[in-house]
Design a protein around this ligand. Structure first.
Ligand code: GLN
Length: 446
């Protein structure tokens, strides 16, 4: 059924960079065989799943939507994907994204655009736009994305699906191609909160192959789907309801607040005073880490290598010039600049200090509240081409999502109605490793 749907809509949506029909059919046959022979099957048996193309899949092309990796076939599989496979899911394909996850619209893909299934003149969001569009269009039941500054939550909001960025360290990053290692986290896209709980049960957990993965026992997340939030304390940071937020997005949020109050939660305004500094701190830290992480693409070890180079330096330079797109180059330059002698203390180190202040804002808020509530994105999906030539405007798309990555805490985007006939999401932010409480609240909003 998933492939039938892909045949019907993929030429209109273009969610995928690689469709893995053969492998999927082999996986599905294995599940059938297990069932026929009375063997136990995993909790995701037969579930058609799409995976963002920055997670390594053994034997299956993994490009990060970059010409630099157009021919890269990894010799191993990312832990998160391996865990899904062990749960008997069926991989239907690898999804389109902004090149190396840098962007908010999937327009920075080195290969093609992805179209928002709700309105093909609009972007699906990004950088995990392909995964969000695939789930929204019914080409996959669930998908994985990665979120460095909002890349799961914002496309979930734009496409009317649920997206979660788990706590930093909850899901192994082994095999996730690094963008900004201290911010990157893998998480699911689903159509409902119950599916989200099942996916988290499978992908969360310690991995000896990722030293930043947390060594703790995660609860059974389905236990939080209880439809009861009486007495829960919810804060709404006023900095997230500022002028840049579309008035109708604020209206949808007020409706959510009303509903939560009716269900017995205490909702009140609060403040995260350093929010304004999150954006500049993020773009210093993320680009600094990216400039270092992307140094490995030199034409020697992976992917693209230009022919007829004069010498090795010429080969490095021309391979990188040809392989990387505009936005990736911009970020490598920004990051290299802020890490260079004389600027390190003035920019990079300052940004790290600001990051601590932002984390402390959240610590103070969570001493008082169980969850925090905000819009996911300032507006519904924008038009293709509307922002792609204005990087700062594009960066501002992430004002509501970026602080969460800087603090390492979990957050979920849940659809909360329409604005101009387009879906928008509400963001719930939680304490570190308290994904369960986010699911509990999200469940009452479906
Ligand atoms: N849009 C943000 C950026 O371009 C976030 C991207 C992401 O979360 N991967 O950095």
């Amino acid at each position: 059924a998933a492939f039938q749907r892909i045949e019907e809509v993929e030429n209109k949506v273009k969610s995928f960079l690689t469709i893995t029909r053969e492998q999927a059919e082999a996986q599905a046959r294995q599940v059938d065989k297990k069932i026929a022979t009375g063997q136990p099957v995993g909790p995701l048996a037969g579930i058609p799943t799409a995976v963002k193309d920055n997670m390594c899949t053994e034997g299956i092309r993994t490009t990060c939507a970059s010409k630099m990796l157009y021919n890269f076939i990894p010799p191993y599989t990312a832990t998160a994907v391996a865990r899904l496979a062990a749960a008997d899911m069926v991989l239907v394909g690898k999804t389109n994204m902004d090149e190396f996850a840098m962007g908010s619209s999937t327009e920075n893909s080195g290969f093609h655009l992805t179209y928002n299934p709700w309105d093909r003149e609009r972007v699906p969001g990004g950088s995990s736009g392909g995964s969000a569009a695939a789930v929204a269009a019914g080409e996959a039941l669930v998908a994985l994305g990665s979120d460095t500054g909002g890349s799961i939550r914002q496309p979930a909001s734009f496409c009317g699906v649920i997206g979660m960025k788990p706590t930093y360290g909850a899901v192994s990053r082994y095999g996730l191609v690094a963008y900004a290692s201290s911010l990157d986290q893998i998480g699911p896209f689903t159509r409902d909160v119950t599916d989200m709980a099942h996916l988290l049960n499978v992908i969360c957990g310690h991995d000896p192959l990722d030293s930043t993965s947390a060594n703790l026992q995660h609860p059974d997340f389905t236990k939080f789907l209880i439809n009861d939030i009486k007495g829960m304390k919810i804060g709404v940071p006023r900095e997230y309801m500022a002028d840049g937020i579309h008035p109708q997005v604020k209206e949808r949020l007020r409706e959510v607040i009303k509903k939560l109050t009716e269900l017995g939660a205490y909702v009140e305004e609060t403040s995260l005073p350093h929010t304004d500094y999150a954006m500049p701190a993020y773009y210093l830290i993320a680009t600094a880490e990216a400039s270092s992480n992307l140094a490995r693409y030199d034409g020697v070890r992976y992917g693209l290598r230009v022919p007829d180079a004069r010498d090795v330096v010429d080969m490095f330079m021309r391979s990188r010039s040809q392989g990387f797109g505009e936005e990736v180059k911009r970020r490598i330059m920004l990051g290299t600049y802020s890490l260079s002698a004389g600027y390190y203390d003035a920019y990079y180190l300052k940004a790290l200090k600001v990051r601590t202040l932002i984390k402390q804002d959240f610590d103070r808020a969570f001493a008082k509240y169980d969850v925090l509530l905000s819009p996911t994105s300032p507006s519904p999906a924008f038009k293709i081409g509307e922002m792609v030539h204005d990087p700062i405007q594009m960066y501002l798309q992430d004002v509501c999502t970026i602080p969460v990555n800087l603090a390492g805490i979990p957050a979920i985007s849940v659809p909360c109605g329409l604005v101009n006939r387009l879906p928008v999401g509400v963001q719930l932010m939680g304490k570190a490793f308290d994904e369960g409480t986010l699911l509990r609240v999200a469940y009452t909003l479906e």
